[in-house]
Structure formats: C-alpha cells, structure tokens
Design a protein around this ligand. Structure first.
Ligand code: PMV
Length: 339
C-alpha cells in the first residue's frame, strides 16, 4: 500500500509573562490549575515550529534550535505528540523542528511559546482544525502557561471548577493595543542558572509543603479581579503595586517551599530593590517588577518613564542587557504551511 507523507505545518507563538501566576496543579492528567492566572503576551519574541508526520519514521525526530533534542525536552515533545496522535487517530511518528528568536536557556518562558507553537503545528499537520480555545486547552498539557500564549494582548486563563476541565481555558480579555503606553523592560541578568527542577514539579512541592500556599490561594482571585480592573482603566497607580504584590506572593510561596525554591540571583534582587527605590523617589508608582521561575526580571513602566527606568536598571552590576517588549499578538500559522 502506498503511504503518503503528511504535509508540513508551521506555527509561530509568543512567550507571555504572568501578572498573576499559575503555580499549583489540581489535576495533573488534565493540567488543571488551582487558580486562574493573567498574563501579557509579548511581541518581538517568537518560537517557530514545523511538524510533519512521516510513516517512514520509527521514532519522532525532534530538533530544537538547530540541534537534536535529548532527555527531558525531547520526552516532553514526544509525550505531547502522543496526545495529538490520540486526538487525530493517527500513529505515524513526526519530524519536529523548532526555533526561538531569543535565547532558549535565558529563562524567557520558552516552554510557553514552544508548546503553543507545537500545538498549532502538530494539530494542523495531523489534519485537525481546532478552535483557539481547544488549541489553548491542548497546549496547556505541554506547559500550563502555553495555554495563554495562543492569545494576544492581556490574557486570562480561567481555572474553572469542573472536574472534566471544560470550563478551564484561556482567552484574551484586552487586545494588545489596549494600553499603548505600557511597556515591559526585560532585564536579563548575567549568570542566570538553568532550572534544576521543572516548574510542573516545583509547583507541586509548593502545594505540598509551603505553609503560605493556602493563604495565597485565598488572595489570588481578588487580586486578579483588581488587576483586570486596573488594566481596563489603564491605571498605573493601581496596576504597578498590584503586579509587585502578586510577584511578592509568588516569591514567598517559593521561598517557603521545602526544600526552598530560590530563582533569583543577587543581581535580580538588586533590580527589585532599584524599582522600589525608583518608586519611592518619584513619590508615586512609576514601575513594577515581576519574575517567573527564573532569574530575569520583567519591569513594567510607561513609555514616558522608560528612559529613566532603563538607565537606572541597566547601570546595575550583573545586568547583561535590557530588552523593550510590548503587549503583542497571539499564536498563528506561518503562511505557506498546511491548513
Ligand atoms: O507553564 P509552566 O509549567 O512553565 O509554569 C509556569 C510557571 C510561572 O511561569 C512561574 C507562572 C506562570 O503563570 O507563567
């Protein structure tokens, strides 16, 4: 029987930075989180992934940033492809090629953009046409934060309450152009360590061991509501303090996890302190720090304050580079690939 190779499909997806963090899974099989989260999808940065199913292959071939993937990263992609194969009723292995236009090991949420791009490319290559919501629900099985990278602008991932996860999905709550003056200054610190424990495992250690975790879960819904309202009103006086309050809450549950999770370097901490000093000197909130499970710091500020904030933060010893990004569009197919 003549077996045809499938068409190649390519998809691009952006990373996102969480303003309200996802940290804790209530159902590992379905990837359902304990709390809803809220993020900004970032422009300029992209993962681009191409997938082609091929009956001649005995095993999936995965290439990440020009080199064959091995170990954990490869296993994660293969497990994700298994989900897509089950969904599409196919069993061919696949060629996967994925590239980031930003340094992968930099801790810039490459798992979010990577799995969002993989979800789009793999489902299209398998002949499936999923809605954005279904794509986001699939992407979260690779990496929770990937569910938000499908959408552009300000994105809420609702935790939902149903055991089957049907009410657990991400959606855009404000478009990318909603708050044109808002910028994210990404402060890349030198010597950021690579993650020792996967976020997925680390967050479950927090759920099990941090005495602060329950309080955090009680606080998050109110904070998310207030942050959404501050974004809706484009109100920096409410937005900046809430972003930092949430980041501090996330850091506290990490630090009180046993064994303790410390993602920051001395330079990251100096960046947080400098943002606090800038706000104090201005007598009003002009910037806000946040970080995820990594050492780099995202500093939100307004365009008019960007030159000062950037100058102050770039002068800190150990800061490698600062990068200006803004809210951007979500994931989508790359033209010329299969539909
Ligand atoms: O999506 P994961 O498994 O890489 O976990 C993401 C965890 C945080 O980045 C710390 C928070 C978030 O909501 O993105």
């Amino acid at each position: 029987m003549a077996i045809r190779r499938g068409p190649a499909a390519s998809y691009a997806a952006p990373p996102n930075i969480a303003l309200v963090k996802y940290w804790g899974i209530r159902d590992p099989e379905l990837g359902l989180p304990y709390n809803s989260s809220l993020s900004v999808t970032l422009d300029r940065l992209r993962s681009r992934t191409t997938v082609r199913f091929d009956p001649a292959l005995d095993a999936d071939e995965v290439e990440l940033n020009g080199a064959p993937a091995t170990g954990g990263p490869r296993d994660g992609v293969v497990r994700f492809l298994d989900r897509v194969r089950a969904l599409a009723g196919r069993d061919e292995r696949a060629h996967v090629r994925s590239e980031n236009n930003f340094p992968t090991a930099s801790g810039l949420a490459s798992s979010a953009s990577g799995f969002a791009a993989l979800a789009g490319a793999a489902t299209r290559a398998a002949g499936l046409a999923l809605s954005h919501r279904a794509l986001s629900q699939l992407a979260r099985l690779g990496s929770g934060s990937a569910s938000r990278s499908i959408f552009g602008g300000f994105v809420e991932w609702r935790a939902g309450v149903r055991p089957d996860g049907r009410d657990c999905y991400a959606r855009s709550v404000y478009p990318a152009r909603h708050w044109p003056a808002l910028v994210d200054l990404v402060v890349l610190v030198r010597g950021a360590p690579t993650k020792e424990v996967r976020s997925k495992d680390a967050m479950q250690q927090t759920v099990r061991t941090s005495p602060e975790y329950r309080r955090r879960l009680r606080e998050v819904p109110g904070r998310l509501r207030r942050l959404r309202a501050a974004i809706g009103a484009r109100d920096p006086a409410r937005f900046f303090p809430l972003v930092m309050e949430e980041c501090d809450s996330f850091r506290l549950v990490c630090e009180t996890t046993v064994p303790s999770l410390d993602y920051l370097t001395a330079t990251s901490r100096a960046v947080l302190a400098e943002v606090t000093a800038i706000n104090r000197a201005a007598g009003r909130p002009v910037a806000a720090y946040t970080h995820d499970a990594g050492a780099h710091v995202h500093v939100f500020t307004l365009l008019r304050d960007l030159p000062t904030v950037r100058r102050r933060l770039a002068a800190i010893g150990g800061v490698e580079r600062t990068l200006v990004v803004r809210p951007g569009p979500g994931a989508g197919p790359i033209r010329g690939s299969a539909r």
